[in-house]
Write a protein that binds this ligand. Structure first.
Ligand code: MAN
Length: 425
């Protein structure tokens, strides 16, 4: 008899427990404190307490049946001790499928659910611990990169100042070379004019000798004519032989002597040299100005609140995905190179495009190469926290629109919180 009484008490307490406690979270427990009556949580109805979890739906909000499938909109709380608690629709209670890892949803079914919460929790805790270690290490590296960024920023500023100085010096040099070139041109001009005068004088002399020799005025000088007038030009000791008297080019005056004028040659050489020197200085000045403008553009980019992203500038990262090699050069461009070697632009640096809370979580690269019968190629780069800076994945979810997962310590945020795995209850 005593044994029967004990068994009845145990059975009763299990029944009461299953009716009252099952499917309720700790925070809701206060609504189910055993009293004579139960007030539906939405306050719409008062029912006798025995009707809680009696497998009949009394409350419109389903709150009287948290542990059974009786109410259509009801929800069942899996406490999942050792893992993450969660709600399931109460229609899944005792439906023969294990939904809660603690098997609490199948307390009265043929399904033999095992409690797997402990294993799941262990696995998740290991994952979370791994993530926390990554985060710690990432934050440590980020700090280093911020410090390096400060130096790098100073270095870039100094580089800009140096380049500006070089440009100023080159400008002075340029003016000097322009002046020298102008002077060399002027001298050349002057020498040429002087040479021309000399040449004309020489021509006149040659013409008069020609006229003296050309006694029959036929415009030609013969050997006889030369020998006849030899007294004018002969060596006083002897008369001119026939060979000596042969005058080549009997038609007109000898060719211009200007080409052989050493003054003109020197002036021309000087002018050419000055022109070459000026061109060299002009080229150097242009190059340095391009470098200045390039550097100025780089320095106007937003590199994050602590300039933590500065180090990414002038770096490139690659990843091969199937037949394509993708290259991300942060703050510059994204490209795609196919196995056959053609390189396509997937977008040029556009802007930060993260969330309002963290605008530095995404980068947009826009206006890449137009897609055949499609849009212009664009790429969205998502920055995720990691201990290394590397491309993790590239996908093309829609034609010519690419998404890139880019890991780097500078994307690590100290506020990152993991969803807790509870071990209470
Ligand atoms: C190339 C690549 C692809 C893209 C097609 C569109 O093959 O750039 O990523 O989808 O062109 O024609």
């Amino acid at each position: 008899m005593r044994r029967h009484i004990i068994m009845a008490v145990v059975f009763w307490s299990v029944c009461v427990d299953s009716r009252k406690i099952r499917g309720i979270s700790l925070s809701y427990k206060r609504f189910y404190r055993e009293r004579k009556s139960f007030l539906c949580i939405d306050g719409s109805k008062m029912i006798p307490f025995e009707q809680v979890n009696d497998d009949y739906c009394d409350c419109e909000d389903g709150s009287d049946e948290p542990g059974t499938a009786a109410c259509p909109g009801g929800r069942f709380y899996c406490s999942n001790l050792g893992f993450r608690p969660h709600y399931i629709p109460s229609s899944r209670v005792n439906d023969g499928i294990c939904d809660c890892c603690d098997a609490s949803d199948e307390y009265n079914s043929h399904a033999h659910c095992q409690n797997s919460c402990r294993n799941l929790g262990q696995r998740e805790r290991a994952d979370v611990e791994g993530q926390m270690r990554t985060l710690d290490e990432g934050l440590r590296l980020k700090q280093q990169l911020i410090e390096e960024g400060v130096l790098l920023w100073r270095e870039k500023q100094a580089q800009l100042r140096d380049l500006q100085q070089v440009a100023e010096d080159l400008q002075i040099k340029l003016e000097e070379h322009r002046r020298r070139k102008h002077e060399a041109d002027r001298l050349k001009e002057q020498t040429l004019k002087a040479g021309d005068r000399g040449h004309r004088h020489q021509n006149r002399t040659v013409t008069s000798i020609f006229q003296i020799l050309d006694s029959n005025k036929d415009g030609r000088i013969t050997v006889n004519e030369v020998q006849a007038k030899v007294a004018f030009i002969q060596d006083e000791e002897r008369s001119l032989s026939e060979d000596e008297a042969v005058i080549k080019g009997t038609y007109g005056v000898p060719a211009s002597l200007a080409d052989e004028d050493p003054n003109i040659e020197a002036a021309e050489r000087d002018a050419v040299r000055e022109d070459t020197d000026l061109k060299k200085v002009e080229e150097a000045y242009e190059t340095v100005n391009m470098e200045i403008s390039d550097l100025r553009n780089k320095l106007t980019i937003d590199y994050g609140t602590d300039r933590e992203f500065l180090f990414l500038n002038s770096q490139c990262y690659q990843l091969k995905v199937y037949e394509y090699t993708y290259t991300l050069c942060p703050f510059n461009q994204v490209t795609q190179k196919s196995a056959v070697g053609t390189e396509v632009s997937l977008g040029k640096w556009g802007t930060w495009a993260g969330t309002p809370e963290n605008q530095y979580s995404r980068m947009r690269y826009e206006s890449g190469e137009p897609c055949w019968q499609g849009p212009t190629r664009n790429t969205m780069v998502t920055l995720t926290c990691g201990t290394e800076t590397a491309l993790r994945s590239v996908k093309e979810p829609s034609k010519c629109q690419y998404i890139v997962d880019f890991q780097t310590p500078v994307a690590c945020q100290p506020v990152l919180k993991q969803q807790g795995i509870h071990s209470e209850l």
